[in-house]
Design a protein around this ligand. Structure first.
Ligand SMILES: Cc1ncc(COP(=O)(O)O)c(C=O)c1O
Length: 394
């Protein structure tokens, strides 16, 4: 059977690959510490769970509107206004099966062959492959470590060519935790407007921001930038609702309508039960979110201190999300166990073999000098995992 050409342009997510290896080792009885996961370890807030259960009992189990229930879109509109100062009517909001599905619909609705899309690197694994699936071209734009893993307005300006149509902006970032402040965003927005680009702003880690930093959505910086931005957010990370598959997008009506068309032929809407649970979470789980964010901050502080104790590892402290992205290039040329280290991939594989710790190689994010360590696990797990890494590296 001959497969479609487009499929040869993409790879299975490398984060899934390390996960599978770790799972196989566990199945053999090997005790593996898993720092590779991209989801909170907390349970879903009780209010959301109760609402989900009640939805089943009330037989809210049928198809909903393709774009999501009006009730949920109204609550999302209130959230965007209250938290982000964004004004969108429900008709400019699309509810999807996760932020990933919103992003996918946006990419399919906006980009086509000949288009170039700027992707700040390190990037979240799925952006380049989504763009390639749309037949468009990925332009990697270095978010340099020296600049805290952030792109600059100058760098952006220099990278735009005649075919460049879009920019993906994700902050706080997976994998680096980097976050832009208002001034930095204003400078980027100016360049975006000058070059008539469209921005996909992935704000899924918005609520997991540390050191009392305030979050600014780039779309809140004026109507000119809002008119060319699709804001994407979701319930997975802040509300510990990964398995419920619920995300959303808000943006200019023509783009949201086009995304809704894609969605109507792909997934329709997210599960009716998840939509009820998401509605409840957005209305009443702010306290749970704040508690989880505070715990992530405590763990971030602990893991940063431990990384500092490991010779050969350096890292930019993350401003948000639940990942650290240490630079491991000082280990290159050395060995862990029998494995000579020349890349992040080698370091990740060596740590799995010798320390029984699963991390994600930086290659997955376009950055082979790094590894990603997720701290969405208990403090004792962080202590033990970091102890194993320190021992292996020593
Ligand atoms: C940056 C980023 N965007 C989007 C997603 C997708 O989230 P969801 O579970 O809502 O599809 C993830 C999940 O890992 C992510 O890290």
């Amino acid at each position: 059977m001959r497969l479609a050409h487009r499929i040869s342009r993409v790879a299975l997510s490398p984060t899934f690959r390390i996960n599978t290896l770790a799972r196989e080792m566990r199945a053999k009885g090997i005790d593996v510490i898993d720092f590779s996961v991209g989801e909170p370890d907390f349970p879903t807030p009780a209010s959301a769970k109760e609402a989900g259960k009640a939805a089943i009992d009330k037989n809210i189990t049928r198809y909903t509107a393709n774009e999501g229930t009006l009730e949920l879109r109204q609550v999302i509109a209130e959230k965007l206004k209250r938290d982000n100062g964004l004004q969108y009517p429900a008709s400019q909001i699309l509810v999807s099966t996760g932020a990933k599905a919103s992003l996918y619909c946006a990419v399919m609705a906006l980009f086509e062959p000949e288009d170039e899309v700027l992707v700040p690197t390190p990037y979240w694994v799925s952006y380049p492959d989504m763009i390639r699936l749309a037949g468009a071209k990925v332009l990697e734009l270095e978010a340099s470590e020296a600049n805290g893993f952030k792109i600059t307005a100058r760098g952006l300006d220099g990278a735009v060519g005649s075919r460049t149509k879009g920019l993906i902006l994700n902050y706080p970032s997976n994998p680096t935790g980097a976050c832009y402040d208002r001034e930095e965003l204003a400078a980027l927005a100016k360049v975006v407007i000058e070059h008539d680009l469209v921005v996909l702003a992935d704000e899924i880690y918005e609520k997991l921001l540390f050191d009392q930093r305030a979050f600014t959505s780039i779309a809140a910086l004026g109507s000119e930038i809002a008119d060319r931005t699709v804001v994407v957010n979701g319930m997975s990370k802040a509300f510990a609702m990964t398995g419920w598959r619920l995300g959303y997008a808000a943006g200019p009506k023509p783009i949201i309508d086009a995304m809704a068309k894609v969605q109507s032929h792909a997934t329709s809407h997210p599960a009716s039960i998840s939509q009820v649970a998401g509605w409840a979470a957005l209305r009443s789980a702010a306290g749970d979110v704040a508690r989880m964010a505070a715990e992530f901050e405590r763990r971030r502080n602990a893991i940063i201190a431990k990384i500092k104790e490991i010779p050969g590892l350096t890292c930019v402290p993350p401003a948000g999300a639940f990942y650290v992205f240490p630079n491991v290039s000082k280990l290159f040329g050395r060995a862990i166990g029998a494995r000579k280290l020349t890349s992040g991939q080698d370091v990740a594989e060596a740590l799995l073999e010798s320390a029984r710790v699963a991390v994600v190689p930086g290659e997955a994010f376009g950055s082979p000098s790094h590894i990603r360590i997720s701290f969405s696990c208990a403090m004792e797990t962080i202590d033990e995992g970091m102890r194993r890494i320190r021992e292996a590296v020593a």
